[in-house]
Design a protein around this ligand. Sequence first.
Ligand code: ADP
Length: 225
Amino acid sequence: MIVLREVIQQFGGRIVLDIPELCFEPGRRYGLIGENGSGKTTLIRLLAGTLHSSSGKIVGLNEKRIGYLPQSPYAFSFSVLQNVMMAADGHGNARDLAKSALSAVGMESLMNARGDRLSGGEAQRMALARVLVRSYDVLLLDEPTSATDVRSMDLIEQTLQDAIQKTHCTLIFSTHSPAQAKRLADEVLYLEKGRIVEMGNAEELFREPKDDRTRAFLQHWSLKS
Ligand code: ADP
């Protein structure tokens, strides 16, 4: 189990995340929702270890294999295939693994293209393929489909579901789409101004949010879509 205690993140003296206590159970899928600036990326970065909290503790991640898809993934100037093979480095069959991960995200036709010259959506799918070539205990995905068109979205969501089912990893992802959280998550966390306003079973939270702020956010979103 991953546990956060009294975790506070400040930037320039401003508190952007304040989590008194939070637990992530192994093998469950958690979706983070909330407006821009609510702290989703910050929370994911703290879990990924690319950011160290101003105070507080995160336990349960030591010795865990962590896969992390940042919001703006880095791409090397090699081919797409090589970019993905690098992530599978050490495996005898890195090439086959990379090819099959690329095909799972619909990128097989771009295998020989340069990794750093892809469109935003393609770069995101390549980065996802990099994550998929290995198995992890914990998968952290920051808006995995933010740049993806609707057709690729189905494929990517299915690919993620398959990977999770196969590896039984814990999934923690952020999304700007409550509908995606509903499709992919067991548990949903609604963040506002760096605080978790509500956390609960995905189906229940969407059907009957307990907090007025969650209800207002979801209502706003359903009016927009
Ligand atoms: P979300 O992912 O929900 O859009 P973020 O976690 O990215 O929110 O950001 C939360 C708040 O923290 C925002 O107000 C953002 O401007 C601020 N923030 C995030 N990273 C930094 C940083 N490196 N320096 C200063 N402020 C930051």
